[in-house]
Design a protein around this ligand. Sequence first.
Ligand SMILES: [Zn+2]
Length: 90
Amino acid sequence: MSRIIFILVLLVVGYLLLKSWQRRNKLNNQRRDEPPSGQINKHLHIVSCQQCGLHIPENEAVQHGGKFFCSLDHAQQAQVTHQSTPKGKP
Ligand SMILES: [Zn+2]
């Protein structure tokens, strides 16, 4: 009888270990899919807005004509300023 109980306990412990191992594995896979924020920041390229000089990550910046801007507004403002640059006429 005690042998059966021993086997049952072994089965339960084995099952619990398997469960916790699976959960840990799942978490590790999730972490691999989305790298931690620190790793992202390491490879992040910071650019400054050509209009106001604000520093922003390149992936959030608006790129226009090879220049970076903090927003679409500033990209348009810069374009307007560039276009209205007087060439003899104001
Ligand atoms: Zn700006």
